[in-house]
Ligand binder design. Structure first.
Ligand SMILES: [Fe+2]
Ligand SMILES: [Fe+2]
Length: 471
């Protein structure tokens, strides 16, 4: 179904047919806008930004591009097309029709999952709100704002579900999604990684590569949900998420390209004095962002995860493509754990190992970007390879929380680990250096000295197109 933009809240869910719901969401809308103006991109609310807006939810050509002031962006409610034949793909209700309403017994669990997902969306906008002031180019600035408005729309997606299916509790949760703030001491965001700062563009690119990719896997597991409105919402969100990961993937590749150019030009690995980020320092940022994103998947062995799967609330990545009984009652899954001062694999009940299985799919996906970045280095004739650190490195949650493990998977004592930490993770000095590189470049077609231009512009526009026009 096409999206109706003549309404106050653009949607493809026939909102006009449900006056109560429409009124409730129209009451929430100005509060969202207040939040956006206060907590969204600072200093750019009046700028004209070349943004894409969804025009329909089918796979071909859903976007339209044009200049928009961000507060005028048409945030709305877009669900993937309903498949009326859809049946539950897994768990004890397998084969039954997908739920169009929330079953009473799963109400609390579903609400919590939706709130937790919803909370990350505005959190990332808050984390990134100051980045515009140090953009490396107008092209990058536009990409940042595209990510930001779409994370705002993802909040709308979750708020719609809360309002439409969870009554008064849902409306209260929707209010609180605007009241918690990233890093707030009294009312922080729910998940740890979303209370960290995104202080510079290097962090932003690694965040969109690693942490938005966590989002992709969470959404993919919720897209398998028996609760059909949640599944349809997540399926459309995934199409938007792809661009966020593209921003990270190509952003890092461009930094690597620039670093290699500087290394060759100045015949040194140490490109810092020449205004670049050394490959060794990039590896440290990679180690940091990968490890904190791994934590977002939760404990390796989890009875909650088993409950979600058996109830049909969350599936595996690409559940319907898997060739097994989709019940997994007696199945096992190998999970890494600490034993006798080393790391061993041990079989666990597959149902309890759902988080770890999703994390495994995620790690495989993460590794693909490294192959592309390593090709950039290789093409430059430089000997260096990025590596994903061992999954036990620098973890705060699960089997390896608090353990001292090196990036190549050696279990160490605390003193030995601490002595090497500065080689593995960005130090305060490293972070200060990177922040020092961040000076705004806002002339069309110009780029900061630490990052190469992109191969092509957005939507077939030239690289020197004026992607953001200031008020
Ligand atoms: Fe999102
Ligand atoms: Fe995202």
């Amino acid at each position: 179904m096409a999206i109706d933009y003549s309404e106050l809240i653009p949607n493809n869910v026939n909102l006009a047919d449900n006056r109560r719901l429409q009124r409730a969401l129209e009451e929430w809308q100005p509060k969202f806008l207040d939040w956006w103006k206060e907590m969204g991109p600072e200093g750019y609310q009046e700028a004209d930004v070349y943004l894409r807006t969804a025009t329909s939810v089918d796979a071909q050509g859903w976007a339209q591009f044009g200049r928009v002031k961000m507060p005028d962006y048409r945030w709305g409610i877009f669900l993937a097309e309903q498949d009326r034949e859809r049946v539950i793909s897994h768990g004890e209700h397998k084969g039954q029709p997908a739920w169009q309403e929330v079953p009473g017994e799963y109400r609390a669990v579903l609400r919590r999952l939706i709130v937790t997902q919803g909370d990350t969306e505005p959190a990332s906008v808050e984390q990134q709100r100051l980045l515009g002031q140090t953009c490396p180019s107008l092209y990058d600035l536009r990409n940042l704002f595209q990510v930001n408005v779409e994370e705002g729309r993802h909040l709308w997606a979750m708020v719609y579900l809360l309002h439409a299916h969870f009554g008064r509790d849902g409306r209260e949760e929707a209010e609180e999604l605007l009241q918690r703030h990233s890093g707030d001491t009294d009312k922080p965001r729910i998940l740890g990684a979303f209370n960290e700062k995104t202080p510079d563009w290097l962090s932003f690119f690694f965040f969109t590569y690693f942490t938005d990719r966590d989002g992709k896997y969470q959404l993919a597991s919720l897209a398998e949900s028996a609760f059909d409105p949640l599944s349809r919402t997540c399926r459309f969100m995934l199409t938007e998420e792809a661009h966020h990961m593209f921003v990270g993937d190509t952003g890092i590749a461009r930094v690597v390209q620039r670093t290699c150019d500087l290394m060759r030009e100045h015949r040194t690995d140490d490109v810092g004095p020449h205004g670049g980020v050394s490959l060794a320092l990039l590896q440290k940022y990679l180690n940091f962002h990968f490890s904190v994103s791994l934590d977002l998947f939760g404990s390796e062995v989890s009875s909650n995860a088993a409950t979600y799967y058996t109830a049909g609330i969350k599936g595996r990545f690409e559940e319907t493509k898997k060739d097994d009984d989709h019940l997994l009652k007696d199945a096992a899954y190998p999970v890494a754990q600490l034993r006798d001062g080393g790391i061993v694999m041990a079989d666990m009940p597959a149902l309890n190992a759902m988080n770890e299985r999703l994390r495994d799919d995620y790690v495989t996906d993460c590794a693909r970007g490294l192959v592309r970045w390593n090709q950039v280095i290789k093409r430059a004739g430089i000997e260096f390879e990025f590596r994903l650190p061992h999954r036990a490195f620098h973890r705060q949650i699960g089997n390896f929380a608090g353990a001292q493990v090196s990036p190549d998977g050696q279990v160490m004592d605390a003193a030995a680990w601490a002595a090497r930490a500065a080689d593995w993770l960005p130090t305060d000095e490293d972070r200060a250096f990177v922040i020092g590189l961040m000076r705004p470049v806002t002339e069309p077609g110009k780029f900061a000295g630490w990052i190469a231009p992109p191969a092509r512009g957005i939507n077939n526009q030239a690289v020197n197109f004026e992607y953001v026009r200031f008020a």
